[in-house]
Design a protein around this ligand. Structure first.
Ligand code: BGC
Length: 493
């Protein structure tokens, strides 16, 4: 039985293979879908114009507030930009209660966010806050002290730098009454209800924030081409030629600076190929999607990002559990697994389990055993069981990393950057790219298999973690929005 466990795990793992030829087909299809998204509304790839028409060069200065809603935590921070590519960031993080994420009303959620901003101001900027209250009491006229950049990491149709309507929720959020509404207005109204000295100055996707922050801090002559998130969700924002964004012609009432000839586009690549014309699918992917709260949507994300990798693994493990007795007590095994193990709970497995298993290089599966115990309450698994788990984890993680090369290669090819630049800078953030062992190595492996990129192209691509992108990036955009200050064009850095 034990050898059949490993054989079956190997058989399942094979279904997660994503060979070169499929990578190449994926890239060609991504380029097609991205052109479609630039030309019209309602395409699979949203290709959302952000109205941010330049990236920073590191000389920007000032104190700004930023908040970040988009994953498991809500972050509030203040950012002091020093104007010499450095900054100071003070932040607080709070877990969003589950009931606010999926069953409450938008009013409940935004009031909760405003309360966190209030608490942050009281702790870190109390002097300003009290001064504001005094002025109000003395009726010396309203004054906004803080400009706030709102990082809101969901698909939003932007109609200006500080307004945009929510297209759909992703990553387990589901508050239907917010869809179709301006999320900046919702936040501003909750802030005003609490009488806070804050003006929502800019609406920012986390990928755009990552791109901006990377451009502010990155060394050398080159502006950053792409900001990408591989975390709870996945997405990218890149610098596009204005002349390619043909759908802008139909957005008559929008105003933006055309002098740079460029605009940052939020690709929303989590929804690449929702129709599954080229994405690989296993039975686990199909069932995960069917049981999710947004079937048929975010199909790329459901194969790549942190929120889903654990669930894919859970389903594969359950399969081995049911069919071949993985983690089931037998005459020869001492393994035990309680009925309240997260193995039995949908979305129960965290991606950190996969990272921990993948990182284990010991013959005795020391970390695999610890991870199984910590995450699944599995005690005394056999080495064979650990091996089977490791085979599955490796296959799922490697497919995610190789898939991640698809949008990157497509954007490199589409923008022609490899032909014109010696270094192409990419800023990344998110738990998967940061902590999943060898994620970048596998991604680069697939990138090199795309003929238009190849070894030479891969060498030109500089990938750097852009920590705190959503805070610093949002602050930078708030700065532009509030001061009407312009940033430099990507190529004039
Ligand atoms: C959202 C994107 C976001 C990404 C990473 C996706 O689910 O649709 O807007 O950028 O997650 O946080």
């Amino acid at each position: 039985m034990s050898s059949s466990l490993v054989e079956e795990a190997t058989r399942i793992a094979l279904q997660f293979d994503y060979p070169a030829e499929q990578v190449q087909r994926g890239v060609a299809e991504y380029i097609r879908q991205s052109d479609e998204g630039l030309a019209k509304e309602g395409a699979t790839l949203s290709q959302i114009p952000t109205f941010v028409t330049a990236v920073p060069n590191g000389t920007e200065k000032g104190l700004y507030l930023a908040v970040d809603l988009g994953g498991t935590n809500f972050r509030v921070c203040s950012v002091q930009l020093h104007g010499d590519t450095t900054f100071n960031l003070t932040q607080s993080k709070i877990m969003i209660p589950r009931e606010l994420m999926a069953s409450g009303t938008s009013k409940d959620l935004f009031l909760f966010l405003a309360r966190q901003i209030e608490a942050f101001l009281r702790i870190h900027h109390n002097e300003h806050f009290e001064a504001h209250l005094r002025r109000k009491r003395e009726d010396r006229g309203e004054e906004y002290l803080f400009d706030l950049g709102f990082t809101f990491s969901f698909p939003v149709r932007q109609d200006g730098i500080n307004s945009g309507t929510l297209i759909r929720w992703t990553k387990g959020f589901n508050i239907p009454d917010a869809v179709g509404h301006d999320v900046c207005a919702l936040l501003q109204s909750a802030i005003d209800d609490l009488d806070l000295p804050v003006r929502v100055a800019a609406l920012v996707n986390d990928t755009v924030g990552t791109l901006m922050a990377r451009s502010y801090t990155s060394p050398g002559e080159t502006g950053t081409l792409l900001g990408a998130i591989f975390g709870t969700g996945t997405n990218g924002a890149y610098v596009e030629k204005l002349s390619n964004v043909s759908k802008l012609e139909n957005m008559n009432d929008s105003h933006y600076d055309t002098s740079t000839g460029e605009m940052i586009i939020n690709a929303e690549w989590g929804s690449f190929d929702n129709q599954l014309s080229v994405l690989p699918s296993t039975i686990y992917d199909i069932e995960l999607d069917a049981d999710s709260n947004n079937p048929g949507i975010q199909m790329f994300e459901k194969r790549v990002s942190g929120m889903f990798l654990g669930e894919i693994l859970r389903r594969a493990l359950l399969d081995l559990h049911t069919k071949l007795g993985l983690f089931k007590l037998s005459k020869t095994s001492k393994v035990s697994i309680p009925t309240d193990s997260l193995l039995y709970r949908q979305w129960g497995l965290d991606t950190s389990l996969l990272s921990q298993v993948e990182a284990d290089t010991t013959k005795q599966f020391v970390d695999v055993k610890a991870a199984l115990k910590d995450h699944l309450k599995v005690e005394n698994p056999s080495d064979t069981e650990c091996k089977a788990v490791k085979i599955l984890v490796h296959a799922i993680g490697k497919r995610a990393a190789r898939l991640s090369a698809v949008p990157l290669a497509a954007i490199l090819i589409h923008t022609g950057k490899l032909d014109t630049d010696d270094v192409v800078d990419v800023g990344v953030d998110g738990s998967v790219v940061e902590f999943y062992p060898d994620f970048e190595t596998h991604l680069r492996g697939a990138l090199r298999e795309v003929p238009q990129v190849g070894e030479a192209g891969d060498k030109k691509v500089r990938i750097g973690i852009s920590k705190d992108g959503s805070g610093v990036g949002a602050a930078l955009i708030a700065l532009v929005a509030s001061k009407d200050q312009t940033l430099v064009t990507p190529n004039s850095k």
